[in-house]
Each structure stands twice: as structure tokens, then as C-alpha cells.
Write a protein that binds this ligand. Structure first.
Ligand code: NOJ
Ligand code: CA
Length: 570
């Protein structure tokens, strides 16, 4: 190779640098995304259920908080058997949430406020009330209508046993038997979740084409992208073999999401996402795909965010981490390394609509993460949980990449941990034979104004789940402009994250000793004390603290600080 051939011109070099800078600053690598759970965000018409006009009215509060984007959990037409994750029509808004016109108005308002909007897409299953499932039930075994879903004959002499041993994530068998038109028992259909959520057959080209069309429908309306529900389950192993007992080993969480087996994380799913990515790449401005994939290792997760697939995947290892410096260090280190390997940003998340809120979780003794907390269960220590949650959040918001916030965490909300069992709506409660509380406790309507009926959730004060007494003091208006409130901590942290470009910063000096986690991001030194004794703080200008600091330069337990320091100081 001659010298001429390797010479890069000044223009080439600067345009190359500009491309690299644009890539690093791409919102799909840096955004703080706020999750709205529509039933519980804000109600506009007094029926006690949140809706799209309610969201539109409250959007300025999110712009004011300083987030970059919103992820909206499902609002599609649905019988609400799994709070909207059972979609009957992917191209329409459920009347309980409003209309397509309400959706357009909400999207426009979000964009006017500089907020991007990511919608939830549920491709693994539909509702049993979807037109195609009704046609499948009416169709004969082996018909084209049935082939859009996963129907099989049962085992046993009369087909009376399910086709295989798969269990539903919500408890009980993953198969339900149908009745033929003459009333005799017929074939079985697969549902990895509730019986009202039949799994699509992703081997069927018609299903693939249909979803590409659904993507186009929302992209053409102007949405900024999709959060993809159970992205790791679309393809099942050929022949639908029984799940082996050994495949459940290592599942260390109570929700069973990390199980391996013939229904999870099959290589074929990646082909689907490559096709979706190619479609998204034809749209401008840039659109995002984010995977919800509870796969058992960070290296398997990184496969979902290879350059021609999705842009991001939720980092559930971070959410699952104990409040322990060594554990956190290891998760930060390994998730960053796994994503670097494929050139993807790392994401961070502590709460969502499927898990006990981190205020409550971190107020429990270390141990397996519970699937909901009931009145008779050991109760979290709220003050300890709040203190740790604030420290964990401040640590999270100092990390490069994207962060996901779940509505209400900016208020320091705990779960409702003494909800009347009769009010539970999560199908998990019923399907587990009333052994697992499920996720209602983290889905309670938000408190906006302490002195309004229903804490300002909507006119008249109705709320589809009761709000716990603790929510009054935590209402947004009680925290606004109040020094030291959780809301103000989030607001300041988000402003500083932006000012110091932390999302694109270089992480260095990651270290955990004696319960203290330290790291540097650009000019910032971050110290989190997860231990039980105060430790000395490095010298530097204090930018943020998750709790009040005593005189004398010591960092108390369960506290995180951001400091401006010249360089790394021991
Ligand atoms: C994951 C969603 O986050 C959860 O709420 C839902 O129940 C399941 N997927 C099934 O769609
Ligand atoms: Ca409503």
C-alpha cells in the first residue's frame, strides 16, 4: 500500500469526527426515558382510570422534570386481561384510554415540548379477542386461520393432555384446550402468559407481514420508536419439545423470567429484529427499538443490540442488583463490557410496572426479589428504602448510556404493600392460586396534589386502585421547589447529567472496596456508600448528594455523592 492510499484528507478526518460525534450524541444512546403506565398516570374524565387526554394535560410536568423521552405502556384496544398487554386491535386506542385523535394530540404535545414518544409493541401474543384469534377458533385444525397462532392436538388417548409441559409465566399450564363448534373438546393453543394472551406463530409469513404493517402504522403517525415486549420469546424451538428440568436451574428470581428453555431466546428471533431495523432505518428522524428480554446472561442480551438489530435492551441485571458496592461494580462493569463488544449503549433501570418499586425493594432485607408484597408479608422499612433508592438513583444517573425511570419514582413512591387481596387485578394472583401477589402494588394511580380528592389523579377522586396513606405526603405538589425533596433531587440530577454530558462520558476508575463504590465519569467523581459506617469523602466541589451530609466531610451510609474533582483522588 502506498502512502497516498493511506492519507486521509483534513475534510475526511473532520467529517469522520463529526459522524462519530453525532453517533455518540444520538438520543438513542443517551436518552433518559420516562415510563408512563397509562391507567395510573392521570385521569381526565373521572372514571378512575388514567387516559391519553390525562397524559397530554400532565406532559409539561415531565418536560419540567428534564427527561428526554417517554415510553408509553399499551393503550391499544384490549379487554385488559393483562392491563393492555393483551391487544385486540394493534391499530386502535382502547376507548378506556381515548381515541386515535387523542393519541395524535398527545404525540403532538410531546413533540412540542421536546419529548420523544416510544410506544409499547406486544408481538409475542395478542388478545383472545383479536379478530384473527376468533377466526382461528372458528377455523378447522390445520387451517390457514389456525396457523397464525400455535394450535396443537393434545397428548393422551383422547388428546386430553396438553401438547407439552410448558408452564405459563403467570402460573399454571401454558396451554388451553378449545371447544369445537359442536361443543366437544378440540385442539389446544399456546399462551406463555394468560389464557387470554394466545401466542402468535412467528413462523407464519402472514404474521411477520402484519407486524411490519403495524410498525409502519405507528411510524407514519410519528412515534419515535418501540419498546418490544418479551422480545426473546417470539420463536419457539422446532417441534415444541418439553422443557427439561435442568433448564430451570439457575432461575433465581420469583417471576421465572430468567428461565431458559425451548420458548426463550431462540436464535431465530434475531432475523425478525433485523427486518424491523431495516424498516426503521428508512424513517427520518431517527427511530428507536428497545428490547425487553429477560435472558440469562449479558452476552446473550448483547445479541439483541448488534448493529443491525435493536438500539437498546433493558439491563435487568442492574435492576436485580443488591444494594452492595461489589455487586453493583460487577454489574456496571460487565454490562458496559458486553455492550461495548457490539457497539451498543448500556441502559440502566431500577423500577418498572412489573417489579416492586425500588423504594420498597431496597427497604427489605437482602434476598430474592418478591413478586409483590402483601399485608401479611414482612413489610419494607420505608425510610431505609427511600434513602437507598435515592442513592441508587443518583448512582444510576451518573452512568453513561440511557436510563429508564418508572412513573412516580421521581416522587420516591413505595409500592402499595397492604392492598386488599380482593382488589388485585394482575392475572398472576389468580393463576398462581393466590400464592403470588403480583404487580398491582407498583401500579397504583399517581399522587399529584395532596389536598385534592384522589390526590389529584383525576376529577372526582376515583382511582382504580386505592392509594396508600403514605402517598399524600409524597404528592408532587408537596415536593415541588422543596429543597431536598426526591422530586428536586431527580430534577437537579437530570439537569447536571445534561450539563456535564454524562450520558456520553467515559467511565473510569470503577472500584468497590469495603462497601464503597467509586467511579469517574469525565470530570465527575461519584461515590456511593452502600456500607454501614461513614467513610471519608474525596476532596472536591460537591455537586449533588442523595441525602443531607453531616459536617466534617464524611459520607454517611446509603448515600451517593457527585463531586467535581481535578483528577481521581484516593
Ligand atoms: C412484559 C410486560 O412488561 C408485562 O407487564 C406483561 O405482563 C408481559 N410482558 C406479557 O405481555
Ligand atoms: Ca379516564
Amino acid at each position: 500500500m502506498t502512502i497516498e492510499e493511506t492519507t486521509v484528507t483534513f475534510d475526511e478526518l473532520t467529517s469522520g469526527l463529526a459522524i462519530e460525534r453525532d453517533r455518540r450524541n444520538d438520543w438513542r444512546r443517551t436518552a433518559v426515558v420516562y415510563q408512563i403506565y397509562p391507567r395510573s398516570f392521570a385521569d381526565s374524565n373521572g372514571d378512575g382510570i388514567g387516559d391519553l387526554p390525562g397524559i397530554t394535560r400532565r406532559l409539561p410536568a415531565l418536560a419540567d422534570l428534564g427527561v428526554d423521552a417517554i415510553w408509553l405502556s399499551p393503550f391499544y384496544r384490549s379487554p385488559q386481561a393483562d392491563a393492555g398487554y393483551d391487544v385486540a386491535d394493534y391499530r386502535d386506542v382502547d376507548p378506556v384510554f381515548g381515541t386515535l385523535a387523542d393519541f395524535d394530540a398527545m404525540l403532538q404535545r410531546a413533540h412540542d415540548l421536546g419529548l420523544r414518544l416510544i410506544v409499547d409493541l406486544v408481538p409475542n401474543h395478542s388478545s383472545d379477542e383479536h379478530a384473527w384469534f376468533r377466526q382461528a377458533l372458528a377455523g378447522a385444525p390445520g387451517s390457514a386461520e389456525r396457523d397464525r397462532y400455535i394450535f396443537r392436538d393434545g397428548r393422551g388417548e383422547h388428546g386430553e393432555l396438553p401438547p407439552n409441559n410448558w408452564q405459563s409465566v403467570f402460573g399454571g399450564p401454558a396451554w388451553t384446550r378449545t371447544l369445537d363448534p359442536d361443543g366437544t373438546p378440540g385442539q389446544w393453543y399456546l399462551h406463555l402468559f394468560d389464557a387470554k394472551q394466545p401466542d402468535w406463530n412467528w413462523e407464519n409469513p402472514e404474521v411477520r407481514a402484519e407486524f411490519l404493517d403495524v410498525l409502519r402504522f405507528w411510524l407514519d403517525r410519528g412515534v419515535d420508536g418501540f419498546r418490544v415486549d418479551v422480545a426473546h420469546s417470539l420463536i419457539k424451538a422446532p417441534g415444541l419439545p418439553d422443557q427439561q428440568a435442568s433448564e430451570d436451574e439457575g432461575a433465581d428470581d420469583t417471576e421465572g423470567y430468567f428461565h431458559t428453555g425451548p420458548m426463550w431466546d431462540q436464535d431465530g428471533v434475531h432475523e425478525v429484529y433485523r427486518e424491523w431495523r431495516a424498516l426503521l432505518d428508512t424513517y427520518s428522524p431517527a427511530r428507536i427499538l428497545c428490547a425487553e428480554a429477560w435472558v440469562p446472561s449479558l452476552s446473550r442480551l448483547a445479541r439483541y443490540v448488534r448493529p443491525d438489530e435493536m438500539h437498546q435492551a433493558f439491563n435487568f441485571d442492574y435492576l436485580e442488583s443488591e444494594w452492595d458496592a461489589a455487586h453493583l461494580r460487577s454489574v456496571i462493569d460487565s454490562s458496559t463490557a458486553a455492550n461495548d463488544e457490539v457497539g451498543a449503549p448500556t441502559t440502566w433501570v431500577l423500577s418498572n410496572h412489573d417489579v416492586v418499586r425500588h423504594v420498597s425493594r431496597l427497604g427489605l432485607p437482602a434476598g430474592p426479589r418478591p413478586n409483590g408484597i402483601r399485608a401479611g408479608d414482612p413489610q419494607p422499612d420505608h425510610q431505609l428504602g427511600l434513602r437507598r433508592a435515592r442513592a441508587a438513583t443518583l448512582l444510576m444517573l451518573a452512568l453513561p448510556g440511557s436510563a429508564y425511570l418508572y412513573q412516580g419514582e421521581e416522587l420516591g413512591l413505595p409500592d402499595h404493600t397492604s392492598l386488599d387481596d380482593d382488589l388485585r387485578q394482575d392475572p398472576t394472583w389468580r393463576r398462581s392460586g393466590h400464592t403470588e401477589a403480583g404487580r398491582d402494588g407498583c401500579r397504583v394511580p399517581l399522587p399529584w396534589e395532596a389536598d385534592e380528592p384522589g390526590l389529584g389523579f383525576g376529577p372526582g377522586g376515583a382511582t382504580w386502585l386505592p392509594q396508600p396513606a403514605a402517598y399524600r405526603e409524597l404528592a408532587r405538589d408537596r415536593q415541588e421547589d422543596v429543597d431536598g425533596s426526591t422530586l428536586e433531587m431527580y430534577r437537579s440530577a437530570l439537569a447536571l447529567r445534561r450539563a456535564f454530558a454524562l450520558a456520553v462520558g467515559d467511565l473510569s476508575g470503577l472500584d468497590a472496596k469495603a462497601g464503597v463504590l467509586r467511579l469517574r465519569n469525565g470530570e465527575l467523581t461519584v461515590v456511593a456508600n452502600t456500607g454501614v459506617t461513614p467513610v471519608p469523602m474525596p476532596d472536591g466541589e460537591l455537586l449533588m448528594a442523595s441525602a443531607e451530609l453531616p459536617q466534617g466531610g464524611m459520607l454517611p451510609p446509603d448515600t451517593t455523592v457527585w463531586l467535581l474533582t481535578e483528577a481521581w483522588s484516593e
